[in-house]
Design a protein around this ligand. Sequence first.
Ligand code: PMP
Length: 361
Amino acid sequence: VPVRVYNFSAGPAQMPLPVLERAASELTDWAGSGMSVMEVSHRGKDFVACAADAEAALRRILAIPEGYRVLFLQGGASAQFAAIPMNLTASGETVAYLNTGQWSAKAIAEARAQEVEVVVAADEADSAYTTTPAPGSYEVPAEARYLHYTPNETIGGVEFPEIPQSHAPLVADFSSSILSRPLDVSRFGLIYAGAQKNMGPSGLAVVIVREDLLGRARPSTPSVLDYARMAKADSMLNTPPTFAVYLLGLITHWIEESGGLEAMGQRNQAKAALLYQAIDGSDFYANPVQERSRSWMNVPFTLADPSLDSEFLAGAQAAGLTNLKGHRSVGGMRASIYNAMPIEGVRALVDYMTEFERTKA
Ligand code: PMP
């Protein structure tokens, strides 16, 4: 029985082993306190320093420019779907969205519930969400307060290879691709992400917002979702998810020690290439996504004969390759290969796929 499996879950996802080991070693006595980090006051100087350190490390690895605030919030990325229009628009104003899959569609539905005029500037539903809109193929209305898009659709495995052009501030749901490669933060008005793929456990959502967008929240905005109020309170208007913030700190340091986002990007590109090559090189496996828009993080694939799906999954599980079942809406398989998945895990998956095909095809 393997002590650690290769976990291909879309999220909560595999975490780096050194991070888990460090957390385990500090679990009952953190920073000489005689307590775990979960048991100390969030307003004590040790935890305040821990949160500041996590933010500083995140700022270093993403090279977040001055003039941006980093917020640690709760409610997942989903709470931000509503918080974004609450913070950035008045009721009745126009906003633009690119619809590339189920997560953009959810963001659109939540925005509509906030009584804004949602213009879907590009809609990839016609391709069954296997594409991203070509640059220049859509227009953002002049009056749009922002353009929202989902750089990586976790379910469809569709990723924008470029940052969209927009005169309106760009707002991006980076839940499943943040920290996977270098990013020019200065191109964005607001970046947000749930932590549970590349940044730690669930329970923490990170918002990176340009300061000039702060301070226009609607009066009805709950204070814990009001970016300006949370920024002013250093994200401690109420009790933050302390353990998740601590783990974000360990993960950002792990990324730094592993060579930063350049190194992550190279590793992730190599991992994805290996898996797509295996899929494309066989008639037994298939991935439906337009080549330029294939995700580096989430790789859905189908078997030519879906009646073999459960046997494929059972064999994978027995080989220590877990959580490969595709999203219920898509079927087939999905391998999520976030930062913490080593290339050895992808090799083990490819070897298993090759062997399964050899015996079944
Ligand atoms: N956006 C994307 C791209 C996601 O993958 C997810 C979760 N899988 C969400 C939003 C929702 O995140 P949460 O569960 O943290 O609300």
